[in-house]
Design a protein around this ligand. Structure first.
Ligand code: C2E
Ligand code: MG
Ligand code: MG
Ligand code: MG
Length: 289
């Protein structure tokens, strides 16, 4: 199998923040302040149907708008939020912001598009995500079927997370469940079935290999046939080139997401994309014989 060294996330890491804020406690403290001062915001990245190019969902991605450091990416502060226990509060803030934004779109009469929310391992481990979701959905009058939750394989497999109960409580609300960064962990076929996941997102590391190595295509093909056999829908993450997109379409991947289609954008810009609906013009796919 293709080895995914370090999950390929390192390129996002900008060490400036850690150089300035030397110790973890200081970073923790500034996260507390950031929560108080409401310095977090959510950007949205479209996900489109691989065959039609139609917008079918969007992923909510948190950003920290730091007064000195500018836009701080989540990989710089989520780990600290997790280890310090601030992740529940941050997670609630994200859920609240997403639902508020959806209520605004709804009020403007737009045809609604589902939004997926990332839930990290520790956040999931707290065991109250379904309550937080239920409360926000009720207050903002959002249909639960417009929400998806993304969780990684490792969060699912963590014994302490009582994943089966929790995932079924979230699912009982009507929320869809997606496995994030699929292929980087160790979940088995039977586990995917046991957890009744609705779909999976192939990690960017595998998308990157498409067109580069024979192995990349073999791997994606295997994931697709397994997922489809289990009735799960598949999203390819990190699609950056036309070639990757064309291969994914030929392999009959359901949905795609990545810089080639759109970068994550602020809510105001997302409004325009929701109106546009078809984000990329796509010819009829060339299907294998
Ligand atoms: P993820 O959920 O796997 O999200 C995908 C990441 O890949 C995002 O980075 C996105 O901006 C980036 N990306 C999308 N398309 C491309 C592409 O074509 N090429 C490349 N090179 N990158 C692409 P981001 O926003 O920095 O988020 C990183 C991770 O932080 C996320 O990975 C997720 O695990 C976590 N995260 C983000 N928002 C939240 C949140 O609200 N709560 C929690 N718990 N975690 C979050
Ligand atoms: Mg995600
Ligand atoms: Mg991912
Ligand atoms: Mg990831």
């Amino acid at each position: 199998a293709v080895k995914v060294a370090g999950k390929g996330h390192h390129r996002f890491f900008q060490p400036e923040l850690f150089e300035t804020i030397r110790n973890r406690r200081e970073l923790e403290q500034s996260l507390v302040t950031a929560l108080e001062l409401d310095q977090f915001l959510v950007v949205y990245q479209p996900r489109v149907d691989a065959m039609s190019g139609q917008l079918c969902s969007m992923e909510a991605l948190v950003r920290w708008q730091h007064p000195q450091h500018g836009m701080v990416p989540p990989l710089e502060f989520i780990p600290v939020a997790e280890s310090s226990g601030l992740i529940s509060q941050l997670g609630e803030v994200v859920i609240e912001k997403v639902c508020l934004q959806m209520a605004r779109w709804q009020a403007s009469g737009l045809e609604m598009v589902p939004v997926s929310i990332n839930v990290s391992a520790r956040q999931f481990g707290r065991g109250d995500v379904h309550q937080v979701l239920a409360s926000a959905l009720a207050r903002h009058r959002i249909d639960a079927r417009l929400i998806e939750v993304e969780i990684t394989e490792s969060a699912m497999m963590d014994e302490q997370n009582r994943a089966v109960e929790q995932l079924s409580a979230i699912r009982a609300l009507g929320v869809r469940l997606l496995v994030d960064d699929f292929g980087t962990g160790y979940s088995s076929l039977s586990q995917l079935q046991k957890f009744a996941m609705d779909g999976l997102k192939i990690d960017r590391a595998f998308t990157m290999e498409l067109g580069r190595s024979e192995q990349g295509e073999v791997f994606v093909r295997a994931i697709l046939s397994m997922a489809h056999a289990l009735g799960m829908s598949v999203v390819a993450e990190g699609v950056e080139t036309r070639e990757q997109l064309d291969i994914l379409r030929a392999l009959q991947c359901n949905e795609v997401q990545g810089y080639f289609i759109s970068r994550p954008v602020p809510a105001e810009q997302m409004l325009g994309l929701m109106q546009q609906r078809f984000l990329i013009p796509l010819p009829a796919p060339v299907l294998p014989p």
